[in-house]
Design a protein around this ligand. Structure first.
Ligand SMILES: C[S@@+](CC[C@H](N)C(=O)[O-])C[C@H]1O[C@@H](n2cnc3c(N)ncnc32)[C@H](O)[C@@H]1O
Length: 301
């Protein structure tokens, strides 16, 4: 119970509690490092029950509105069916649109609560709980990711080198001609009001945003309220994002072998301020290797 309360409200160091008159016993002092660790871990936990629900009912428009544009790109590339992998699939809004359009879908997300909603929404889809930086990617026709999933630090390993290896794994999984479409948040994503307040029927969120320009890290402290009967349940999550410059992402995609375009929108859905979209294509034929490229032109046939 003590641990639960501490986790919900954030860890308060023992000496601060003593200053306001609390009695801290020796056994409580021994437990303190473990409680501090649990608190940090819990606050970094991804989209727990209430926030997953709120994201689905209150913030699902982005995925919904990107869907027609993404389906159009698949059609234009001649990809009419086959497996599409959605990394950071959230509550399965885009996965649902894919399934309705006749694609097979594998959704991957680190949040158990998001995956619960996705499984309910898209029973014909396959969903896995796991980090997009680690899961095995089967052969597929396209890979997508919406909502700055590549920036989140829920997986502490996230870094440019991890993204590089993700791009290589995506390239290997894709069939020739396959598409990789995603968005990312860039430095400057945290511009605008520091505190925001959003609400809908039966829920509200208060968000405190801070961008550290030195480390290119964005921190969002999110306090959520969700109606349960006649009361509102309060929860708190801290989300940290590593912001990546488009030039760096483009460089890593090209190094993996992709042909790359940056976009300001997916169909009708414009990118949110501070975000950029990528449309990367695995070429149908292998690029000429450097050995071959050095041969005189007449010997290359
Ligand atoms: C802003 S939400 C977007 C969800 C969904 N793509 C959409 O557009 O509705 C970001 C999602 O990325 C997921 N996520 C963040 N880091 C992840 C990681 N390392 N592995 C898998 N999922 C991750 C979160 O759990 C969350 O569902």
């Amino acid at each position: 119970m003590t641990v639960n309360l501490t986790i919900r409200r954030g860890h308060v160091p023992a000496e601060r509690l003593e200053r306001v008159g609390c009695v801290i016993t020796a056994s409580m002092r021994k437990l303190e490092p473990a409680i501090a660790l649990l608190t940090r871990t819990a606050l970094m936990e991804a989209y727990r029950h209430d926030l997953a629900y709120i994201h689905d009912v209150g913030f699902g428009d982005y995925a919904r509105k990107c869907a027609p544009g993404l389906l159009h790109e698949l059609g234009k590339a001649g990809i009419a069916g086959g497996l599409v992998i959605d990394l950071g699939c959230g509550s399965g809004l885009w996965a649902g649109a894919l399934a309705n359009a006749g694609y097979d879908v594998l959704g991957i997300d680190i949040s158990e609560s998001m995956i619960d909603i996705a499984r309910g929404r898209v029973p014909q889809g396959e969903f896995q709980i796991g980090s997009l930086l680690r899961v095995k990617l089967p052969k597929c026709v396209a890979v997508t990711s919406l909502g700055e999933c590549f920036n989140y630090l829920f997986d502490k390993q996230n870094s440019v080198s991890q993204l590089r290896s993700l791009f290589h794994r995506v390239y290997t999984a894709l069939q020739p001609g396959g598409l990789f479409m995603f968005d990312i948040a860039e430095p400057g994503r945290g511009k605008g009001p520091r505190q925001k307040h959003m609400e809908g029927p039966g829920w509200a969120v208060l968000v405190d945003v801070h961008e550290d320009a030195r480390t290119d890290r964005l921190t969002r402290r999110i306090t959520s309220f969700r109606r349960v009967g006649s009361l509102f349940r309060r929860d708190e999550e801290v989300h940290q994002l590593q912001l990546y410059k488009r030039s760096e992402v483009r460089k890593q995609l090209r190094a993996a072998g992709f042909r790359v375009r940056t976009l300001t929108c997916f169909g009708e859905q414009r990118m949110i301020d501070g975000c950029v979209a990528f449309l990367a294509r695995k070429p149908r034929t292998k690029a000429i290797t450097s050995d071959l490229a050095t041969l005189p032109r007449r010997q290359r046939r």
